[in-house]
Design a protein around this ligand. Structure first.
Ligand code: ZN
Length: 161
Protein backbone atom coordinates (compact mmCIF):
# COMPACT_ATOMS: atom_id res chain seq x y z
CA UNK A 1 0.00 0.00 0.00
CA UNK A 2 1.38 3.41 -0.91
CA UNK A 3 1.61 6.19 1.64
CA UNK A 4 -1.26 7.98 -0.03
CA UNK A 5 -3.43 4.86 0.00
CA UNK A 6 -2.73 4.51 3.73
CA UNK A 7 -4.07 8.01 4.26
CA UNK A 8 -7.31 7.32 2.40
CA UNK A 9 -7.79 4.05 4.29
CA UNK A 10 -7.20 5.81 7.60
CA UNK A 11 -9.77 8.44 6.70
CA UNK A 12 -12.43 5.79 6.14
CA UNK A 13 -11.90 4.69 9.73
CA UNK A 14 -11.86 8.28 10.98
CA UNK A 15 -15.20 9.26 9.46
CA UNK A 16 -17.02 6.99 11.90
CA UNK A 17 -15.61 8.75 14.95
CA UNK A 18 -15.49 12.32 13.61
CA UNK A 19 -17.30 14.81 15.83
CA UNK A 20 -18.22 17.87 13.79
CA UNK A 21 -17.76 21.25 15.48
CA UNK A 22 -20.50 23.78 14.78
CA UNK A 23 -18.28 26.82 15.42
CA UNK A 24 -15.14 27.66 13.43
CA UNK A 25 -14.13 30.63 15.59
CA UNK A 26 -11.30 29.77 18.03
CA UNK A 27 -13.11 29.44 21.36
CA UNK A 28 -10.08 30.67 23.35
CA UNK A 29 -9.58 33.64 20.96
CA UNK A 30 -6.06 32.37 20.46
CA UNK A 31 -3.68 31.80 17.55
CA UNK A 32 -0.47 29.79 17.89
CA UNK A 33 2.32 30.20 15.36
CA UNK A 34 4.70 27.26 15.51
CA UNK A 35 7.14 25.18 13.51
CA UNK A 36 6.19 22.33 11.19
CA UNK A 37 8.55 20.05 13.18
CA UNK A 38 6.99 16.60 13.73
CA UNK A 39 7.95 16.59 17.41
CA UNK A 40 5.52 19.38 18.33
CA UNK A 41 1.89 18.66 19.23
CA UNK A 42 0.79 22.29 19.70
CA UNK A 43 -2.59 21.55 21.25
CA UNK A 44 -1.15 19.09 23.78
CA UNK A 45 1.82 21.33 24.64
CA UNK A 46 -0.49 24.22 25.55
CA UNK A 47 -3.42 22.30 27.02
CA UNK A 48 -5.74 23.14 24.15
CA UNK A 49 -8.61 21.23 22.56
CA UNK A 50 -9.77 21.08 18.96
CA UNK A 51 -11.78 24.20 18.22
CA UNK A 52 -9.99 26.43 20.73
CA UNK A 53 -7.13 27.94 18.71
CA UNK A 54 -5.80 28.62 15.25
CA UNK A 55 -2.51 26.83 14.66
CA UNK A 56 -0.34 28.35 11.93
CA UNK A 57 2.77 26.34 11.08
CA UNK A 58 5.83 26.88 8.93
CA UNK A 59 9.53 26.05 8.99
CA UNK A 60 10.94 27.77 12.07
CA UNK A 61 7.70 29.34 13.37
CA UNK A 62 8.73 32.64 11.77
CA UNK A 63 6.41 35.58 11.22
CA UNK A 64 6.35 35.65 7.42
CA UNK A 65 4.00 37.57 5.14
CA UNK A 66 1.76 34.53 4.99
CA UNK A 67 1.56 34.34 8.79
CA UNK A 68 0.54 38.01 8.79
CA UNK A 69 -2.13 37.21 6.20
CA UNK A 70 -3.54 34.42 8.36
CA UNK A 71 -3.46 36.51 11.54
CA UNK A 72 -5.24 39.42 9.83
CA UNK A 73 -8.11 37.01 9.22
CA UNK A 74 -7.77 35.34 12.64
CA UNK A 75 -8.20 38.65 14.39
CA UNK A 76 -10.64 40.54 12.17
CA UNK A 77 -12.86 37.71 10.96
CA UNK A 78 -12.56 35.10 13.69
CA UNK A 79 -12.13 36.92 17.01
CA UNK A 80 -8.51 36.16 17.89
CA UNK A 81 -7.01 38.63 20.39
CA UNK A 82 -4.07 36.60 21.76
CA UNK A 83 -1.08 35.27 19.80
CA UNK A 84 1.67 32.86 20.85
CA UNK A 85 4.76 32.39 18.68
CA UNK A 86 6.37 29.08 19.67
CA UNK A 87 9.84 28.26 18.34
CA UNK A 88 11.64 25.14 19.57
CA UNK A 89 15.00 23.64 20.42
CA UNK A 90 16.88 21.62 17.76
CA UNK A 91 15.04 23.43 14.96
CA UNK A 92 16.22 22.82 11.41
CA UNK A 93 16.31 26.50 10.55
CA UNK A 94 18.25 27.46 13.69
CA UNK A 95 22.02 27.41 13.84
CA UNK A 96 22.26 27.81 10.08
CA UNK A 97 22.01 30.69 7.64
CA UNK A 98 19.83 31.71 4.72
CA UNK A 99 22.89 31.32 2.46
CA UNK A 100 23.40 27.73 3.61
CA UNK A 101 19.70 26.88 3.21
CA UNK A 102 19.67 28.42 -0.28
CA UNK A 103 22.69 26.33 -1.19
CA UNK A 104 21.14 23.10 0.17
CA UNK A 105 17.74 23.57 -1.46
CA UNK A 106 18.58 25.47 -4.63
CA UNK A 107 15.70 27.82 -3.73
CA UNK A 108 16.61 31.49 -3.97
CA UNK A 109 14.16 32.58 -1.28
CA UNK A 110 14.14 34.00 2.24
CA UNK A 111 14.33 31.11 4.73
CA UNK A 112 14.20 33.27 7.88
CA UNK A 113 17.06 31.28 9.42
CA UNK A 114 17.40 31.68 13.19
CA UNK A 115 20.78 32.68 14.62
CA UNK A 116 19.44 33.07 18.14
CA UNK A 117 15.95 32.20 19.44
CA UNK A 118 15.68 35.15 21.83
CA UNK A 119 16.52 37.62 19.07
CA UNK A 120 14.28 35.90 16.52
CA UNK A 121 11.31 35.78 18.90
CA UNK A 122 11.74 39.45 19.82
CA UNK A 123 11.92 40.39 16.14
CA UNK A 124 8.83 38.37 15.29
CA UNK A 125 6.76 39.76 18.17
CA UNK A 126 7.90 43.26 17.15
CA UNK A 127 6.84 42.59 13.58
CA UNK A 128 3.38 41.53 14.77
CA UNK A 129 3.12 44.50 17.13
CA UNK A 130 4.09 46.82 14.29
CA UNK A 131 1.41 45.59 11.88
CA UNK A 132 -1.26 48.31 12.08
CA UNK A 133 -3.97 45.92 10.89
CA UNK A 134 -3.38 43.61 13.87
CA UNK A 135 -4.91 46.30 16.08
CA UNK A 136 -7.37 43.85 17.65
CA UNK A 137 -4.57 41.72 19.12
CA UNK A 138 -4.26 42.56 22.81
CA UNK A 139 -1.58 40.18 24.10
CA UNK A 140 1.30 38.16 22.69
CA UNK A 141 4.05 35.83 23.90
CA UNK A 142 7.15 34.48 22.20
CA UNK A 143 8.11 31.13 23.74
CA UNK A 144 10.67 28.38 23.20
CA UNK A 145 9.51 24.74 23.35
CA UNK A 146 12.08 22.20 24.53
CA UNK A 147 11.55 19.11 22.35
CA UNK A 148 13.26 16.92 24.98
CA UNK A 149 11.53 17.98 28.20
CA UNK A 150 8.29 19.32 26.72
CA UNK A 151 8.62 22.54 28.73
CA UNK A 152 8.10 26.00 27.27
CA UNK A 153 10.22 28.99 28.27
CA UNK A 154 8.63 32.42 28.28
CA UNK A 155 11.04 34.55 26.20
CA UNK A 156 9.13 37.72 25.34
CA UNK A 157 5.76 39.21 26.25
CA UNK A 158 3.82 42.04 24.67
CA UNK A 159 0.62 43.70 25.74
CA UNK A 160 -1.32 46.50 24.04
CA UNK A 161 -1.27 49.58 26.22
ZN1 ZN B 1 11.61 23.81 13.65
Amino acid sequence: MSELDRLFAANQAYVGRHAALAESRPQRHLAVVTCMDTRIDPLAVLGLQLGEAHVIRNAGARVTDDVLRSLALSSHALGVDTVVVMQHTNCGVAGTSDEELRRRTGADIDFHAIADHTTALREDIERLAGAAYLNLVQEMAGVLFDVDSGAITDVVRWERT
